[in-house]
Design a protein around this ligand. Structure first.
Ligand code: ADP
Ligand code: ZN
Length: 536
């Protein structure tokens, strides 16, 4: 039995390596550098834990694991203790005597894996400890977890990660393994550059999670849709429901509880002890539905989460992928279910616009949002689209809503052209910008006071789209936004009110000229053709 297999069986009690684990582990045990890109739940931890133990058994000393997540450090050290492995962490939760005790154990050679936060690793004191170990040939390996934190473009940029290149400069002979679940090219290049991993072997796993069934629906009555989804398909299952805001988390959790679902709220505004209690219950009890903001989930390892639901749209595909990836870590069938609507797009855009990021950065964020919108609007295989975003080519999967029930498509090109020419004419006629609702009224020929006031009932496009229902036109608009054929801008009036307005873009032209088709799901049209009932 190889040392790697021995540790896998003897320490962790597992039968086999998963996917690329064996190749990675053998490479690292042999002293090679590695960059590991593996999706959440793929089993990254073993990729450094097994080499750490095997190399320590061979007399090579301690492995230093750099991790930004304190909760994860605690969990892993606890789990390693249970498996009989000497592990410890150094972070801000330790007081001074505890810190000294860990340092003593370290220099006595009693520790196999030492977890430390990045800002700790680069301190003079810590470097002193490493120098000492290194001089005695007892510095075995560096594992850099969440390596994407080195990338400025990522959502978790941490400046301290930039300083980790010192590990290479100072201890050139000590192998390093960097790991991340973020896969896009830009991030990967940043990691190689920032951590000086030019000579590392790269292990890129497929980001496919074949057991997850992707489903994305139009948002109508999110609560009713969610209740139906859970009661019909996941009664008694553990799941996570992601919402955009704290308020919405609380409303949704309450509404689910009223609907007889075992739901708990989780967001950063709740008292710490309540958050902890809810998290513990979610992990220990069966069938808890956690209703949460994205504050929930990082580093939580619950294998039997049967569904992840989004009642609001995330910021981008990375977020969507990471959050949905918390479903089905045990490899059994699981659902990633999302509802989305035009309002989600408007809200997300507003958050970008009102954020204090630099303009070029905002443009990147808008592009990422559009990519997610395009995924949501897609009429072909979701998985093909999702994997394509991460640079993988694949065939239609047979396990997403579009593959299982190919949506009937409806040609919205005519409606799109009417919308776009109206945007053009309104701007030409008034030189002013107007909100989405007002443009709809013009296209549909509704002579509201405002329409009359600006003489927009006299435009050549007034009422051109009267045969379309509002829901159809909104569907067309979303699609136009998704493909960049229309732009959304925030306008603030002199009185300080702000609203979203639509503008033509270079991408509008092919649609206006009839060179580009706009295909939509038939469902949008069908739903719209039912008479709409409004509460009085
Ligand atoms: P990641 O860090 O990539 O998200 P983890 O390292 O937390 O993933 O592993 C996810 C789950 O898979 C954990 O419960 C882990 O114990 C389990 N696991 C990892 N490798 C194996 C294996 N070879 N055999 C069985 N279970 C494994
Ligand atoms: Zn598919």
């Amino acid at each position: 039995m190889s040392p790697a297999h021995f540790v896998l069986h003897d320490v962790f009690g597992y039968e086999q390596f998963r996917g690329p684990q064996q190749a990675i582990i053998e490479h690292v045990i042999a002293g090679g550098d590695a960059l590991v890109l593996m999706p959440t739940g793929g089993g990254k931890s073993l990729c450094y834990q097994v080499p750490a133990i095997a190399r320590r058994d061979a007399g090579r000393g301690v492995t230093v694991v750099v991790s930004p997540l304190i909760a994860l450090m605690h969990d892993q050290v606890g789990a390693l203790h249970e498996a009989g492995v000497e592990a410890a962490f150094l972070n801000s939760t330790l007081d001074w005597p505890q810190t000294l005790e860990v340092e003593r154990r370290l220099s006595r050679g009693e520790i196999t894996l030492l977890y430390a936060a990045p800002e700790r690793v680069t301190t003079e004191r810590f470097i002193g400890l490493l120098d000492d170990l290194h001089a005695r040939g007892q510095l075995s390996l560096f594992a850099i977890d969440e390596a994407h934190c080195v990338s400025q473009w990522g959502h978790d940029f941490r400046p301290e990660y930039r300083q980790l290149s010192i590990l290479h400069e100072r201890y050139a002979g000590v192998p390093r393994i960097a790991l991340t679940a973020t896969a896009d090219e830009l991030t990967r290049a940043d990691i190689v550059q920032g951590l000086q991993l030019q000579d590392a072997r790269q292990f890129v796993s497929s980001f496919d999670r074949p057991n997850i069934r992707y489903r994305i629906e139009e948002k109508k009555e999110p609560l009713a849709q969610l209740l139906r989804f859970i009661t019909r398909e996941h009664l008694g299952d553990a799941g996570v429901v992601y919402c955009q805001s704290r308020r919405r988390v609380e409303e949704m959790a309450q509404a689910l509880q009223d609907g007889g679902i075992n739901a708990l709220p989780y967001h950063a505004g709740l008292p710490a002890d309540m958050r902890q209690a809810h998290q513990d219950r979610f992990l220990r009890e069966d069938g808890i539905v956690m209703v949460a903001t994205i504050a929930f989930g990082m580093g939580i390892d619950k294998p039997d989460v049967r569904f992840v639901a989004h009642v609001d749209m995330p910021k981008n595909i990375e977020g969507y992928y990471q959050e949905t990836g918390r479903a089905g870590r045990d490899g059994l069938p699981a659902d990633a279910w999302m509802v989305y609507g035009l309002q989600d797009v408007v809200n997300q855009r507003r958050m970008i616009d009102e954020g204090d990021a630099a303009e070029e950065f905002k443009a990147v964020l808008r592009g990422k949002l559009d990519a997610l919108l395009a995924l949501a609007e897609a009429t072909d295989c979701r998985r093909v689209r999702l994997l394509h975003y991460f640079g993988e080519q694949s065939q239609p999967c047979g396990n997403c809503d579009n593959c299982l029930n190919p949506p009937a498509v409806w040609d919205g090109t005519d409606a799109a052209r009417k919308l776009l020419s109206t945007i053009y004419r309104v701007h030409e006629a008034s030189g002013l910008t107007f909100g989405v609702g007002h443009l709809m009224d013009i296209v549909r020929g509704k002579p509201t006071d405002k329409v009359r006031q600006f003489g927009h009932d006299g435009l050549s496009t007034f009422g051109l789209g009267k045969d379309y229902h509002e829901a159809q036109l909104r569907g067309v608009l979303r699609q136009l936004l998704a493909v960049g054929a229309v732009g959304l801008h925030k306008v603030t009036t002199d009185a300080g009110h702000s609203f979203d307005t639509l503008a033509l873009t270079p991408g509008s032209r092919p649609v206006l000229r009839g060179e580009q088709q706009v295909l939509l799901r038939e469902a949008t049209a069908k739903a719209a053709s039912k008479p709409k009932r409004r509460a009085a």
